[in-house]
Design a protein around this ligand. Structure first.
Ligand code: FAD
Length: 505
């Protein structure tokens, strides 16, 4: 940093939900140079959204960077392991498919595995693409173990994330953040003070005539978007014409056995229901479009599809799909719900918080707040939101369901050009390209495209250069290797009981 690059002295984080405490814990670890003040303001009276229990594999990297021991994390947050998502009834109403974490099979001579499988799929002994995913096969049998270290072992291809209790995770991170020097201020924000010259935020105003000044403000105030939306006036880009679900009812139930190592997403007439098994309870919720279903009917369906006794009354949440046009404006950066919302179908919101934190730290400003750093952040995060948006729309649009006005709407609605292009490419020869920093890798797109019955009419002709019999033999061997290896794994309950039983059942 040169003399004119005056360092940020005070970082003010507004909000103490998952976003706020993730940002605070990361700031304590990476921004606390002994000179900088890191403050978090939250209001217990307002509370947090309190949901958000399913994650995707990059969360392991986030925890690791923070120096979190997996065993401590599992015990403290009631967490379980997640190998992917089972989608029930998303194509015809009667179907089910699995979106696993990790790859399908192994590429041969640089050719994508799924292209080899597409060519050979009708031959005897080749089986379904799922049978080449260690994660999908372990999930199917309710089994789990940490991935093997030896790359030749089929279990090295296991990949996983977590289900955890959102409240316990925030509390866990809070302890780490406060130990790392973050100062928490309890209070309700009633206003803001902006510099009339450059529009930057100077302070947030709290009840009791208090004022918290800062150089950089991280808005984690949830759907209210107090700083980026209200104070800075950054408009919201509405995506609800593509993603019409705007409501959810969430209800916990008692823990059940077996403890499934995956999230289940069951399609309903105007949305879908999640099921997330934790160590101490199961989280359930029904996400639906209020234009197509009343709250009473949504609650009836939710309760009818529970597999255990509810332990509380259903709680209603309302939202709108979309994001703020810019996630960094002036000296304000929004993380979490303050920046935007994409429904939890692929468990991506917590990941977007993590991505926002790592990109903000990667482009950490000084007090001049130069445009090029801000613009790069906005470009990267804008692309991240858009790619996830397209992936979620795919689940709704590529369906044969025709049994309700909701499904007729989503299957016939115009979709973003970016997604239409991806579907056309896949339909032709099963090709998928991963653009830039796009989150979901080829196996994810392949699993969901095939699961939603998009059948490529051909395969990549380059595959014909390989000896078909040799490739078929290799595939049969991979399939048998995975079945064998998965058969020897413990159930998830056995694994957790041995590895890290929760302290808070
Ligand atoms: P909040 O939890 O709403 O926190 C906002 C904070 O701001 C609170 O501390 C509040 O007190 C504070 N605040 C607000 N106003 C003021 C004020 N005036 N003064 C002081 N403080 C204030 N994500 C996933 O990754 N996986 C999932 O499975 C998943 N499921 C979801 C299901 C549903 C139905 C919904 C709605 C979301 C789900 N999410 C999921 C998203 C996830 O819940 C959020 O991304 C995550 O909880 C982050 O929320 P947040 O911290 O941004 O906001």
């Amino acid at each position: 940093m040169t003399a004119e690059q005056a360092p940020i002295r005070t970082v003010v984080i507004v909000g103490g939900g998952t976003a706020g405490w993730m940002a605070a814990a990361a700031a304590a670890r990476f921004l606390n140079d002994g000179q900088r003040r890191i403050v978090l303001v939250e209001s217990d009276a307002i509370g947090t959204v309190g949901v958000g229990e399913a994650t995707i594999p990059p969360i392991l990297g986030f925890n690791r960077l923070l120096g979190i021991e997996e065993r401590d994390f599992l015990r403290e947050t009631g967490a379980t392991f997640k190998l992917g998502i089972e989608f029930v009834g998303w194509d015809t109403g009667q179907d089910r498919y699995f979106h696993p974490f990790g790859p399908h099979g192994r590429d041969i001579e640089g050719l994508n595995f799924h292209q080899l499988w597409l060519k050979l799929r009708d031959q005897p002994g080749i089986g379904t693409i799922d049978e080449y995913s260690a994660s999908a096969m372990a999930a199917r049998h309710g089994r789990f173990a940490a991935p093997a270290d030896d790359p030749r072992d089929p279990l090295s291809q296991l990949a996983y994330a977590y289900h955890f209790d959102a409240g316990l995770y925030a509390a866990f991170l809070r302890r780490r953040a406060e130990d790392g020097g973050v100062v928490r201020i309890e209070g309700r924000i009633t206003g803001t003070d902006r510099d009339p010259d450059n529009g930057h935020l100077r302070a947030v105003l709290l009840d009791g005539d208090r004022r918290v000044e800062g150089d950089l403000f991280i808005d984690c105030s949830g759907f209210r978007s107090l700083l980026l939306g209200d104070a800075m006036g950054v408009p919201f880009e509405d995506w609800s014409h593509w993603l019409p679900c705007d409501s959810a009812l969430a209800v916990p139930t008692e823990r059940t056995e077996p403890l499934l190592p995956f999230t289940r997403s069951t399609a309903h007439p105007a949305g879908w229901q999640w099921r997330i098994g934790l160590q101490h309870r199961t989280g359930n919720g029904h996400v639906y479009a209020s234009a197509h279903m009343s709250d009473a009917e949504a609650e009836r369906l939710l309760i009818a599809h529970l597999d255990a006794r509810p332990t509380a009354d259903p709680r209603k949440l309302s939202f709108r799909a979309g994001r703020r046009l810019r996630l960094w404006e002036g000296n304000v950066v929004a993380l979490g719900l303050a920046g935007g919302f994409l429904e939890p179908l692929e468990s991506t919101s917590i990941h977007l918080i993590q991505a926002g934190i790592s990109k903000l730290f990667g482009l950490f400003p000084d007090r001049r707040f130069v445009a090029v750093e801000r613009d790069e952040y906005n470009r990267l995060m804008g692309d991240a939101y858009t790619a996830i948006r397209d992936f979620i729309i795919l689940h709704y649009h590529a369906t044969r369901r025709d049994d309700s006005p909701f499904w007729r709407y989503v299957r016939t609605m115009p979709i973003p050009d970016s997604l239409a292009h991806k579907i056309m490419l896949f339909r032709e020869k099963g090709r998928i390209f991963r653009y830039d920093d796009e989150l979901f890798a080829i196996p994810s797109w392949v699993a969901v495209m095939l699961g939603q019955n998009i059948r490529p009419t051909g395969y990549d002709p380059v595959v014909d250069a390989l000896d078909g019999d040799r490739v078929a033999a290799a595939l049969r061997q991979m399939r048998a290797g995975i079945a064998d290896a998965v058969g020897g794994l413990p159930t998830q309950s056995e694994y957790i009981a041995r590895y890290a039983p929760a302290s808070r059942r």
